[in-house]
Design a protein around this ligand. Structure first.
Ligand code: IMP
Length: 186
């Protein structure tokens, strides 16, 4: 049975929203998009960034909100870009990451998704998951963001070309944690 309650996913990224909507809908939860750009503080902690984004989102909408903050952590770069993934994508992009990893064999990485829920009364609740994988040797076609360079463990293709990203993505894992908690709370 689908849960109907007003829950907004606040983001400027429609790719993220579409994936989140599909994932949550399969778990029985419907969400709406409130498209806006949120305050993104610079911090070494994805949790802190997500918390601030959730408070900013709630102050703009004054309705229950979820936001998502992600980070790609590359082992041989000491976890870079991690909490700076958005800035790094907008500046050097996937080509820049490829250059940083030129001649580096160890390409292990993990994609982290942090979901933050805020309803204005309880404390902001955080739900984190990460998916291990590696950075591909070349940039594949398709997908969005870091999709064309991230190969999740157990797959031979990047997120851009796997057959069902929603089944095992970092986003799916943390949204599952969120929905288990949220459905129980209702
Ligand atoms: P944000 O700060 O949460 O927007 O995410 C950090 C960076 O990771 C942004 O450049 C996003 O486009 C990228 N990103 C987050 N999730 C994904 C994904 O599922 N695929 C590809 N890139 C992603």
């Amino acid at each position: 049975m689908q849960q109907s309650c007003e829950l907004f996913f606040v983001s400027s990224n429609t790719h993220k929203f579409e994936e989140a909507k599909r994932i949550l809908s399969n778990l029985g939860l419907e969400i709406n998009l409130f498209k806006t750009t949120l305050e993104e503080i610079q911090s070494n902690s994805i949790g802190e960034i997500a918390k601030r984004k959730a408070l900013d989102a709630f102050s703009k909408l004054e309705k229950p909100v979820i936001i998502e903050d992600d980070g790609l952590f590359i082992d041989s770069l000491g976890g870079f870009p991690g909490p700076y993934s958005s800035y790094v994508y907008d500046t050097i992009g996937n080509k820049g990451i490829m250059r940083l990893l030129e001649n580096i064999e160890l390409r292990n990485a993990r994609f982290v998704a942090m979901i933050a829920y805020c309803n204005g009364t309880d404390n902001v609740k955080l739900f984190e998951s990460s998916i291990p994988g590696k950075i591909s040797l070349s940039i594949e076609e398709g997908g969005w963001g870091y999709d064309p360079i991230f190969i999740p463990d157990g797959e031979s293709k990047t997120y851009a070309n796997v057959s069902d990203k929603d089944k095992f993505s970092h986003r799916a894992a943390s949204l599952k944690k969120f929905s288990d908690w949220f459905m129980h709370k209702q």
